[in-house]
Ligand binder design. Structure first.
Ligand code: E4P
Length: 215
């Protein structure tokens, strides 16, 4: 299973990369807005650090604008994946960009039929948002099961990026379902690595070692 990191913060990306946990990066306008600097400079720096796909989102909402922004973003690096919102205009843009060999990530997917349409349009990746569905007391992981089943039924090559991850259980369930990718916030990535019994075990080993040294 691939781990993408869901952040535009270069320090977080570098740290996660040094753990060997970064198969790719996803950003969105809200994540970019938290960082200093120009959008394209931030994305360029991320592409220089990461050996894998880096999603950068368009701001335009209509077909022409999306396609022209996407073409500009694609020039930044071979790593670039253009994030396109799941709308009818977005699907048209994905179809065009896919024909030009520009990789796309259809974002803000909240239903299996939206995911099916993204795949039919030729999306490289589809990003269903589990956390935001759970926030509404809906079944985020149920949506992932449906999409994985549908793509499997018809052999679509569009990869499923489980997005809007809030906690380690989302990552565990993504892996159990067989989703291709989880895009994980830095804080959740660190939480995956920790267990109170590991901490307790380390403390006990260190205490015993000190006793041996003082013998
Ligand atoms: C990633 O592609 C999404 O933009 C991101 O996971 C959204 O997460 P949020 O629901 O926590 O904003």
């Amino acid at each position: 299973m691939k781990f993408f990191i869901d952040t535009a913060n270069i320090d977080e990306i570098k740290d996660a990369n040094s753990m060997g946990m970064v198969d790719g990066v996803t950003t969105n306008p809200s994540l970019i807005a938290r960082e200093d600097g120009e959008f394209k400079d931030i994305i360029k720096e991320i592409c220089e650090v990461v050996d894998g796909p880096v999603s950068a989102e368009v701001i335009s909402l209509e077909y022409e604008g999306m396609v022209s922004e996407a073409r500009e973003l694609a020039k930044i690096s071979d790593n670039i994946v253009v994030k396109i919102p799941m709308t009818i205009e977005g699907l048209k843009a994905v179809r065009t960009l896919s024909g030009e060999g520009i990789k796309t990530n259809v974002t803000l997917i909240f239903s299996a039929l939206q995911a099916l349409m993204a795949a039919k349009a030729g999306a490289t990746y589809a990003s269903p948002f589990v956390g935001r569905l759970d926030d509404l007391s809906e079944d985020g992981m149920g949506l992932i099961e449906e999409i994985v089943d549908i793509y499997g039924n018809y052999g679509y090559t569009t990869e499923v990026i489980v997005a809007s991850i809030r906690n380690p259980l989302h990552v565990l369930n993504s892996a159990l379902i067989g989703a291709d990718i989880a895009t994980i916030p830095y804080k959740v990535l660190k939480a995956l690595a920790s267990h109170h019994m590991t901490d307790k075990g380390i403390a006990a080993f260190m205490a015993d070692w000190k006793k041996k040294e003082n013998k």
